[in-house]
Structure formats: structure tokens, C-alpha cells
Ligand binder design. Structure first.
Ligand SMILES: [Mg+2]
Length: 167
């Protein structure tokens, strides 16, 4: 089983998209269409088509929507890869006076540990990529982490690197 840990903001949307003429032309009734750049969605689809990897949502959007709704939102905007799960959320469940931000890499690692038997003989051999515009990943994940530029979101270069990691 191959996995793509998917962030959303800065990955499927980005600064250039928010400033684009194309986005301004979307009718207000189709409000969800303004959230994602169709070109970024197409690049993600290219990756899942080529590698047959499953998607696990690691974005903070999982704090705002139940998984089924998040899947429905992404599918309605053209994501064709199979979204099988989301990473556990540690950050907002801490019982501390001040919100304690857990690195996203810890949540991803917890998911990997929970599914280690489905992934590979050893976790070190698991085929996964992390697509994220933030860098709070663990040292052991650096080989699998592809940092996305929030200015332009997913690019063909990132997708080619992801394919190499997943093949
Ligand atoms: Mg992000």
C-alpha cells in the first residue's frame, strides 16, 4: 500500500490561484470551486493515476470537516484518487492552558505506526510521500517529504519527484 499524505492549503490552492483571473470568473454559487486550483487537482490526479497510491488527509481541514464530508468536497472538485483516511489530530486535544502545537510529522508518524503491517515489512521501507507547504516533519520523514511552495502549489517537478519515491 502506497500513501500520499496530503495537505490542502498551499498545495491544492496557493497565492497565484487566489490572485488569478480564472478564479474571479467562478460564479458565487459554486463557492467550493474557488477553494482549489483545478491545475493542482489535475497534478494530484496524475500522481494517483500513475502510482495507485491512496490519499490520507493530513491538512488542518480535517479539524473543520468530518472525513466523509472532506472526501465529498474534494471529489466534487475533481480529486479522483481514493481518500482512505486522515491522520490523527493531536494539536487541539491537548489539555493545556495554551494550545500546544504538535508537529504534523508526529501525527503522520502515528498513522504510519498504526498501519505498519499494511505498509511494508519494515516501516523504513514504507512507500509514502508527504506533500505539504510547511516543514514540521520528523527527521525520519525527510526522505519522503516534498515541500510545496505555497506561492504556486503543486508543480510537475514535485509530482515527478513523488512518482520516483512511490515507484
Ligand atoms: Mg498547508
Amino acid at each position: 500500500m502506497k500513501i500520499i499524505f496530503l495537505d490542502i492549503d498551499g498545495v491544492l490552492n496557493h497565492t497565484l490561484w487566489f490572485q488569478s483571473e480564472e478564479r474571479k470568473l467562478i460564479s458565487p454559487e459554486n463557492s467550493r470551486a474557488i477553494w482549489f486550483d483545478p491545475k493542482s487537482v489535475a497534478l494530484l490526479n496524475e500522481l494517483t493515476d500513475a502510482t495507485k497510491a491512496y490519499i490520507v488527509i493530513s491538512s488542518s481541514w480535517r479539524e473543520g470537516y468530518p472525513l466523509e464530508e472532506l472526501v465529498a468536497i474534494l471529489e466534487s472538485q475533481g480529486v479522483t484518487g481514493e481518500i482512505i483516511d486522515q491522520t490523527p489530530s493531536f494539536t487541539f486535544k491537548q489539555i493545556t492552558p495554551v494550545p500546544y502545537l504538535v508537529p504534523r510529522g508526529c501525527e503522520i508518524q502515528a498513522w504510519l505506526e498504526q498501519h505498519r503491517e499494511e505498509l511494508a515489512d519494515r516501516l523504513a521501507n514504507a512507500k509514502y510521500v508527504i506533500l505539504d507547504d510547511q516543514s514540521d516533519m520528523l527527521l525520519c520523514q525527510q526522505r519522503n517529504f516534498l515541500k510545496v511552495d505555497p506561492w504556486c502549489g503543486l508543480t510537475p517537478t514535485i509530482i515527478e519527484k513523488a512518482k520516483t519515491l512511490l515507484w
